[in-house]
Design a protein around this ligand. Structure first.
Ligand SMILES: [Zn+2]
Length: 272
């Protein structure tokens, strides 16, 4: 066995930026439980505030919170709390959806998941408006002002809660695949293949290694991935699941699938 040489690695510009990739992969590993719990808690706060807004305007006599305050003023203060809580909840929910998106395969679930903030906005204001307008004791001024404030708040919250760029699990997978494809590989001037691992045994005798994207390696005439590197990569992918979370595992399974596709392509290319 030849003595292993110290490699001098020449990294291409594209490979330098490719090394900073992995944003989607990082996101997938991040848990969104905290964000989802946070949004549900804030939505509950919004509903409690709505309840107090209704109580302040429609049954002010037995409300200890608003002693000395005009019922309409108290109602508006509670509506503002309602507004802030519902928007904050929706923003957390949207953030969680962009980290762990729903699948587009089930259109109804996908729609509900992405529009839950808007649905919560409706629940946080519409009952107030209906109860106010159908109440016989409230005077005309209270009805008009209360309704206008609630509808404006609902519009503001609705626009803030709506996801104008809903993100799907499928889109996220595409980005992951792209990141996979732009990860860096190693090759030598004289070689015909590219390698995943710089310490691959076939590179032991090479002093100078180029580190580039797969695209650049192909442009440099390196036709396929080294078989030793592919075997090692598959072995590592197969061993890894025991130590990682469920979320990581599904990401890994998808990555392994991609590796299978690459393998098939490589095999086809060799046979041609
Ligand atoms: Zn190799």
């Amino acid at each position: 066995m030849a003595e292993k040489k110290e490699h001098k690695i020449i990294t291409s510009e594209a490979a330098k930026t490719a090394k900073n990739n992995g944003v989607a992969a990082q996101q997938i590993a991040q848990s969104t439980v905290g964000l989802r719990v946070g949004s549900v808690v804030l939505w509950i706060v919004a509903l409690v505030a709505e309840f107090f807004a209704i109580k302040a305007i429609l049954a002010p006599e037995d409300d200890p919170f608003i002693s000395g305050m005009a019922p309409l003023t108290a109602g508006i203060i509670f509506l503002v709390v309602d507004l802030i809580a519902v928007i904050a909840g929706s923003l957390l929910w949207k953030k969680a959806n962009h980290i762990h998106p729903a699948s587009e395969k089930n259109a109804l679930t996908f729609w509900l998941w992405n529009n839950l903030g808007v649905i919560m906005t409706a629940i946080a204001f519409i009952p107030f408006v209906i109860l106010l307008l159908t109440n016989k004791n409230a005077d005309q001024k209270t009805k008009t002002v209360g309704t206008i404030v609630a509808v404006v708040a609902m519009l503001i919250a609705g626009v803030s809660s709506y996801d104008f760029n809903p993100y799907s699990a499928e889109e996220q997978q595409e980005i992951l695949n792209m990141e996979n494809a732009t990860s860096t590989v190693y090759w030598t001037e004289g070689g015909t293949v590219f390698h995943i691992y710089s310490e691959c045994q076939h590179l032991n005798n090479s002093e100078e290694l180029h580190q580039t994207t797969i695209d650049e390696a192909e442009q440099a005439g390196k036709e396929r991935l080294c078989k030793t590197c592919l075997k090692r990569h598959e072995k590592e992918a197969a061993e890894a699941p025991a130590q990682i979370s469920e979320e990581g595992q599904s990401a890994l399974e998808e990555a392994t699938e991609t590796a299978e596709t690459v393998k098939e392509e490589v095999t086809e290319a060799v046979e041609e």
